[in-house]
Design a protein around this ligand. Sequence first.
Ligand SMILES: O=C(O)c1cc(C(=O)O)c2c(n1)C(=O)C(=O)c1cc(C(=O)O)[nH]c1-2
Length: 262
Amino acid sequence: MTAPDEAPLTPDQLEAALRRIGAARYHNLHPFHRRLHGGACTRVEVQAWALNRYHYQSRIPIKDATILARMDDPALRRAWRQRITDHDGEDQGGGSGGDAGAEDGGIARWLALTDAVGLDRAMVTAGRGVLPATRFAVGAYVHFCAERPLLDAIASSLTELFSPQVIGERVSGMLAHYDFIDGAALAYFTRRPPQAERDAAFALDYVRRHAVTPADQQAVMAALVFKTDVLWAQLDALWHAYVAGHPPPGAWQPDDDAKVWT
Ligand SMILES: O=C(O)c1cc(C(=O)O)c2c(n1)C(=O)C(=O)c1cc(C(=O)O)[nH]c1-2
């Protein structure tokens, strides 16, 4: 990495440095993902992954609305708001309230997956039983995007440069290995890669054009490192709780579905 008093990187050098961060730190390398995609997870582990991952997913549009609210440029807002629509779905009319548009959004497709693995939908949407470390990591991501400069917030989404590959491994691995998972359950992941590619290309172009000083280039690299930590910490927590068998107080347990939640 360059010190702030050194010459700035060219956009191509900056992009190469960002891609090196992904190659070394992205969550496709985490042992939990290898276990999940390789068919070694128990059904309970897959359920715990889906529950906790839903929490991350549910905060993404909130994170993006926070970023949108900080953008002065209408053209930038126009591009960024697509991310929220992708997750929340499009309003189909019929007045305010309700969720008529939900069916064509990513959140609805995520709930199809949590349904398919047998989780109670009310529990999932309320976020009950989510691991504390997942909550902390996801909360840190939302706060990062609210508080850091806009350039850093945009750069922190660049993990999406690497997600189409891990999603491809996940779909083929999970379909091959788990009889309780079918194509309909994984619809979120089959629809996501083109959206991720579009979003990552937009964010990368923005970062290449705006991170021109050594200090800003250091900041965008740090933002990407931070985000890889957000993703990694969630899988560490899953492993500790459900593979190593040390669930923290309040964490979801298989027999929780039988409970009446209040
Ligand atoms: O399945 C994955 O491994 C994965 C990773 C990431 C990512 O790299 O942050 C995202 C997603 N999926 C995803 O579905 C998604 O909507 C998403 C939004 C963002 C973001 O930071 O704005 N990352 C990701």
